[in-house]
Design a protein around this ligand. Structure first.
Ligand SMILES: *[C@@H]1O[C@H](CO)[C@@H](O)[C@H](O)[C@H]1NC(C)=O
Ligand SMILES: *[C@@H]1O[C@H](CO)[C@@H](O)[C@H](O)[C@H]1NC(C)=O
Ligand SMILES: *[C@@H]1O[C@H](CO)[C@@H](O)[C@H](O)[C@H]1NC(C)=O
Ligand SMILES: *[C@@H]1O[C@H](CO)[C@@H](O)[C@H](O)[C@H]1NC(C)=O
Ligand SMILES: *[C@@H]1O[C@H](CO)[C@@H](O)[C@H](O)[C@H]1NC(C)=O
Ligand SMILES: *[C@@H]1O[C@H](CO)[C@@H](O)[C@H](O)[C@H]1NC(C)=O
Length: 468
């Protein structure tokens, strides 16, 4: 949004607190197009110094409640909707504070015992916030609820607190100052970054009144600090870059008043103004990458993820550590960091298909320690990295025990095998021996040397076989 457009918008979205104000053409006297009286004539307000405080001021000046919304209609007029007879005061944002109800043209607190969760639901809805999360006395300053105030009997679905049935408060003088209702409604607004492979990068959007739109803030007010606040709000670390981009055409945006950002308020607590613009804000936060996963794969246990209690390997088993990351960006590398109490070492492999395999031969006590995968990638002209959960590896000597156990069964098997072999061999040896003795008898009775040689050769080959 350029400066002229901004001035126009600010003029259109503005109010002058010193002037006589009114809201026209709305559903009630607390909602509609904002006008001020100028030399006897009503005209749309023109005020440079518009901000959310001013909107709240306009509602107050009109003896209405809190600002529920502000928008610009098709004829470029500003509409403000204030709640009619409820407001939250002294809160940290527009959706929290001490509850005040207007009765008979004056505002007063409400006694805790006259107010329940259903009543809170109605109030939160009426001021355009999400459902109540906390309601409790003296959260937002103390105030004395008037004696003889009303007890609200809402069903929860009413659109306004004064639509609920009520009855005269039962307790007399029993509402002490510390029991004035303080209310926290959840924020209905939320923000997100869209258009990139990560939830921590992209175009800034905001949902308001159930509609997602790009956010527009006047460029010179959109600083790295604002970007840092958004990254923090999204739990995405710190801001790496923030730039403004121009879209091909104008489209509906939520325009954020600069004062809300300057006051350090979270963006989602800023009340947006309905506008159109071709500007958008592109952000990149440091928490761009998702967390990589770490797996242990071993010849004995198969693949397992790092468990809280740690992973155990048998001495001598082959193992590998697999690092992998949900596909976001191509390329990058995995660094495997191994640490013990007195020693740290690392190795790096390129990421192939978003994973890397670190192979280890026979596990020994030197492999005991903590392993972590760190994924590194260069995108958007910056280096990013993210680290996995630790995998604690212990190597135990249980293998020897299992070898002993299994060797017992192996020797039993071998014994059975040898017995069978001997039986078979004896069976084969029998006819040969018969031949041998026959041959010896023949040798004694006649000269048949050739026969003898063949017999001894057969014997020799059998001896070899037995030895095997
Ligand atoms: C409203 O206020 C007026 C004047 O202050 C008073 O006369 C009237 O009784 C009040 N009404 C109620 C319902 O309290
Ligand atoms: C609330 O009261 C207003 C009049 O004060 C009425 O127009 C509206 O329909 C009521 N809403 C509900 C939900 O009762
Ligand atoms: C809001 O605007 C008013 C004038 O309308 C000004 O006095 C006040 O300082 C502004 N607040 C912030 C936080 O900019
Ligand atoms: C680390 O400490 C252990 C005993 O605490 C020792 O056996 C080992 O040699 C040390 N390793 C290194 C690299 O200093
Ligand atoms: C990784 O190892 C190299 C040397 O091999 C060392 O310079 C570097 O500091 C190590 N990095 C980490 C994070 O331990
Ligand atoms: C990467 O994954 C794809 C699909 O899962 C597969 O076809 C391809 O062979 C893999 N490449 C490597 C180098 O493992």
């Amino acid at each position: 949004m350029d400066q002229t457009a901004l001035m126009l918008l600010l003029c259109l979205c503005s109010s002058a607190l010193s002037d006589e104000l009114r809201l026209v053409a709305g559903r009630s006297r607390c909602g509609g197009r904002l006008e001020k009286k100028n030399l006897g004539d009503w005209e749309p307000v023109k005020e440079w110094n518009w901000n959310f405080t001013s909107a709240a001021g306009a509602c107050r000046q009109l003896h209405c409640g809190s600002v529920v919304s502000s928008r610009r209609d098709k004829d470029d007029n500003v509409e403000i909707i204030c709640s009619d007879s409820v407001r939250l005061v002294q809160g940290t944002n527009r959706c929290s504070g001490r509850l005040e109800v207007k009765t008979n043209q004056s505002w007063s607190s409400v006694c805790e015992k006259d107010f329940d969760l259903q009543d809170a639901e109605v109030v939160c809805r009426e001021i355009g916030c999400g459902p109540p999360s906390v309601h409790q006395g003296a959260l937002y300053g103390e105030a004395e609820a008037p004696v003889g105030s009303r007890e609200f009997l809402c069903e929860g679905s009413e659109s306004a607190l004064l639509n609920c049935s009520s009855r005269k408060s039962s307790g007399r003088n029993s509402c002490s100052p510390g029991q004035a209702v303080g209310l926290t409604c959840s924020d209905q607004d939320d923000i997100r970054l869209v258009g990139e492979a990560s939830r921590c990068a992209g175009r800034l959007e905001m949902i308001y009144q159930e509609e997602w739109r790009p956010v527009d803030v006047w460029d010179s007010y959109w600083t790295m600090n604002s970007a840092a606040a958004v990254c923090a709000e999204l739990d995405c670390g710190s801001a790496v870059s923030a730039r403004n981009s121009e879209e091909a055409s104008e489209r509906p945006v939520w325009f954020i008043f600069p004062d809300c950002l300057q006051s350090g308020s979270a963006l989602k607590n800023c009340l947006p103004c309905d506008a159109t613009s071709d500007q958008s804000h592109q952000l990149i936060c440091s928490g761009l990458l998702v967390e990589p996963l770490i797996f242990l794969s071993s010849s004995t246990d198969g693949v397992s993820t790092g468990r809280k209690q740690g992973s155990e390997l048998l001495i001598g088993s082959h193992f590998s550590i697999i690092c992998s990351i949900r596909p976001q960006y191509d390329g990058g590398s995995f660094q495997l960091i191994f640490s013990t109490s007195n020693y740290t070492q690392n190795q790096t492999l390129p990421a192939v298909n978003h994973s890397a395999l670190f192979l280890f031969s026979a596990a020994g006590h030197a492999h005991q320690g903590t392993y972590r995968c760190v994924y590194h990638v260069y995108v958007f002209s910056y280096n990013f990295s993210s680290i996995s959960q630790p995998l604690n590896l212990t190597v135990s000597g249980k293998l020897m025990e299992s070898i002993r156990k299994s060797s017992a069964s192996v020797s039993a098997f071998l014994t059975a095998l040898i017995i069978r072999l001997v039986v078979v061999l004896l069976g084969m040896l029998g006819p040969v021996l018969v031949l041998y003795f026959k041959a010896r008898r023949n040798q004694k009775s006649g000269p048949e040397n050739n026969h003898h040689d063949e017999g001894s050769r057969a014997e020799g080959s059998l001896e070899e076989e037995t030895a095997v």
